[in-house]
Design a protein around this ligand. Sequence first.
Ligand code: BGC
Length: 246
Amino acid sequence: MASAFGIDIGGSGIKGAPVDLDEGRLAAERHRIPTPVPSTPRAVGAVVRELLDHFGWDGPAGCTFPAVVKDGVTHTAANVDEAWIDCRADEMLSSISGRDLHLINDADAAGIAEVRYGAARNTRGVVIVLTLGTGIGSAIFLDGRLLPNTEFGHLEIRGKAAERRASDRVRKDAELDWPKWAARVEEYLRTMEDLFWPDLFVIGGGVSKRHDHFLPHIDIRTPVVPASLRNDAGIIGAALRAAGDV
Ligand code: BGC
């Protein structure tokens, strides 16, 4: 079995597990540790180390992160501690954890997992994966190949970043009912489809498991499907990154 280790760094929890890359699923039950507050690179590095120790994993590991990640450097910090801006994160997390660590944008990781094993498996053409969570993450593929670090959650709609109108956090904070929130998501998807003319949208993030509450209210010309790997997509995509398979 080809395997690698994946870690998903989120706003509230840091989760990890070894991944079976032949099957595209977790090879052991995931372990979760709450995200430290403040979530500085050092504090997160200590948790990453604890996770890897928990599984006795000494090989390389991939880590999702909710920011632009280029050549191991995190460049933005929309919903995380500002200390991550221009942080040499691969180097820092590798030195704290004593393993070879590689970061990847969280939506890119979820996207590659969905394209390889999940909802967009075998789909040719242009696929857009959007994760609706605290923010909105985006990953765009042409014939299965990723264009990394797109930040379309920050596309402006009605004078505001899309993620400030249509993320799942906004749905909860503003107590929007499903049809009201779905209308906002639909407006965002329409803007995206007018710009990119994709062949498929995949909607991920925790809320995607409740897709029957909002997808029926969305009527656009592009097919829209829920992500199928659910909460595991990030960990699986991170493991693909660790295996150098991105
Ligand atoms: C960040 C992205 C991230 C998305 C989902 C956005 O605020 O800018 O890098 O992918 O949130 O976490």
